[in-house]
Design a protein around this ligand. Structure first.
Ligand SMILES: C[S@@+](CC[C@H](N)C(=O)[O-])C[C@H]1O[C@@H](n2cnc3c(N)ncnc32)[C@H](O)[C@@H]1O
Length: 220
């Protein structure tokens, strides 16, 4: 057990049940998933759609949709090549010799598998298969309460930040899954570079490795 005094550990079944709904094999505590569920729930009352850039088999999209199950006029947008990673660039060069070095098309999973995993939310999910940012213009008129960026590499991470940040509603949140990962240095570079040129914007670095970009109402 991670910490016997923490509610999410003591009452682990309450939290694990929502993960088991997606994949019954997930019986262990998972910090990043817990954080994501918590942020998804906290932003559920804000207006706007949600999006995930880097969907893979749909685990995080499932969590996001679950917190907005009864919401009217709401869409969750899924952006992924469904052909795996794009070509890493020099920004993604890993200093840690022990780290896995990403290659183009790593993490390929077919769109049909994700659709099957998210079938319960069929009416609220839109799929935009293709290389980021090619399909972003399809949602250029939408606003967002929550965006999960989980593409492991510099170029699609910075393209996602540049497109979605201006479209966040005040108080909206971007979660970058790979911010603190030594395997994904490009993700951190993208977030830091983006925030450095955005007034009053910082990244909150969590112990899980996730980076949180909270849009101040004054940055509207
Ligand atoms: C780590 S996985 C995402 C995991 C997912 N968020 C989850 O909850 O399980 C990374 C995903 O990013 C996608 N991806 C990486 N680079 C991309 C790009 N340039 N354009 C579109 N998708 C990309 C891959 O296809 C892969 O599905």
């Amino acid at each position: 057990m991670y910490n016997g005094y923490l509610d999410w550990c003591v009452n682990e079944n309450k939290y694990l049940d929502q993960f088991r709904e997606f994949d019954p094999s997930q019986w262990r505590l998972h910090e990043r998933r817990f954080v994501m569920s918590s942020i998804a729930a906290a932003t559920a009352g804000l207006p706007g759609d949600t999006a995930e850039c880097g969907v893979f088999e749909g685990a995080t999209s499932f969590q996001i949709c679950k917190t907005r199950e009864n919401k009217q006029d709401f869409t969750h947008h899924c952006f992924d090549s469904f052909e795996g990673l794009s070509q890493p660039t020099e920004e993604d060069a890993v200093a840690d010799e022990r780290a896995y070095v990403w290659k183009q098309n790593d993490l390929t999973s077919p769109l049909e598998k994700t659709k099957q995993n998210l079938r319960r939310f069929e009416s609220m999910v839109q799929y935009h298969p293709g290389w980021i940012p090619d399909r972003f213009p399809e949602v250029e008129k939408r606003r967002f309460s929550l965006v999960h960026i989980d593409v492991d590499l510099f170029e699609p991470t910075i393209a996602s930040l540049e497109f979605f940040y201006p479209r966040l509603v005040p108080g909206g949140v971007i979660v970058c899954d790979d911010y603190g990962s030594t395997w994904c240095p490009g993700a951190k570079k993208a977030c830091d570079e983006f925030c450095a040129r955005t007034p009053q914007q910082t990244v909150i670095h969590l112990t899980t490795g996730q980076g949180i970009i909270f849009k101040q109402p004054s940055n509207e």
